[in-house]
Design a protein around this ligand. Structure first.
Ligand code: BJW
Ligand code: ZN
Length: 241
């Protein structure tokens, strides 16, 4: 652990990019995908977060999302989210890249955020492609319907689906130009998000990982900090802030 060195790198950086995953929201009470509590009614996320699962049983997949929306609606941002919102104020060039479909970064005050895997609070019509913001909890009817009569789906990215192009392009640009690339609370097993720290490193960035456990990318990180996002991220804020 070398928090002091990581803090110095960040304080001296002109450009910082951060990639977050479910671990940063765990301390707000949201279950991660692959850790304890990641199962829902004995299904693994990989069995539900696919277009095939939705085609086979939209009711089941919607029940999972409706349950998650109800859990998310009761959650508040934590110290990790708030620390990243402060980073944004401090660093000249900053981008927060999140795989999370919650809105806790925005609720903590972050504005320079891109969502690689979509949003739980946006629905998209399977027939006309129309999108709508929707915060109703629980949804009624389930599955919800578009004004055109078509079935709505969560506007999230499932396995085998492409990531939103504009979000991915912004994330890649940030990886190319970052002096420091911070990876927080992700198992780094899902691509293409997990490639971003590697891209950043190839373009000269120093990579810092914050995670409770060793992950797929720990070996390539320049500094690995073992612990909770809510405890470690505030300690990475430059001292004069
Ligand atoms: C803490 C903590 C605390 C806990 N503090 N830490 C073989 C090789 C490479 C790639 C592939 C392959 N086979 C298939 C692929 C592609 C596939 C993929 O990557 N699969 C791998 C699993 C093998 N990827 C895709 O399919 C992507 N699309 C794609 O590639 O498209 C190509 C294409 C191009 C053109 C046309 C068509 C297609 C899409 C991926 C979509 C992922 N979607 C999900 C669901 C989103 C919606 C929803 O939320 O329901 O995204 S899956 C799920 O995993 C979700 C997450 O964003 C994502 C990552 O999970 P995350 O955030 O890392 O969570 P966990 O639970 O895994 O980890 C939590 C971590 O936190 C742990 O490490 C803990 O230790 C830590 N932690 N508490 C600090 N307090
Ligand atoms: Zn429609």
């Amino acid at each position: 652990m070398n928090i002091a060195e990581a803090r110095t790198w960040i304080a001296q950086a002109r450009s910082v990019a951060v990639l977050t995953g479910a671990g940063i929201s765990a301390e707000s009470g949201l279950p991660t995908f692959r850790g304890p509590g990641g199962l829902w009614r004995n299904f693994r996320p990989e069995e539900l977060a696919t277009p095939e699962a939705f085609r086979r049983d939209p009711q089941l997949v919607w029940e999972w999302y409706d349950w998650r929306r109800s859990v998310h609606a009761k959650c508040e941002p934590n110290a990790g989210h708030r620390a990243l919102a402060e980073f944004e104020q401090r660093v000249q060039e900053f981008l927060l890249i999140t795989q999370n479909v919650d809105s806790l970064h925005e609720r903590a005050g972050s504005r320079r955020v891109v969502h690689l895997h979509g949003s739980l609070w946006r629905l998209r019509c399977m027939v006309c492609g129309g999108e709508e913001e929707n915060t109703q909890v629980p949804l009624d009817p389930l599955p919800p319907r578009c004004a055109c009569g078509g079935m709505l789906r969560p506007d999230v990215v499932w396995f085998g689906e492409p990531l939103p192009q504009a979000a991915m392009e912004r994330a890649l640009q940030a990886a190319y130009s970052a002096d420091v690339f911070l990876v927080a609370g992700t198992s780094s097993v899902v691509y293409p998000a997990a490639a971003l720290p590697h891209v950043a490193k190839q373009h000269g960035a120093r990579v810092i990982e914050v995670n409770l456990e060793t992950t797929e990318m720990s070996a390539m990180a320049d500094i690995t900090l073992r612990g909770k996002c809510g405890e470690l991220l505030p300690q990475l804020l430059p001292a004069d802030f």
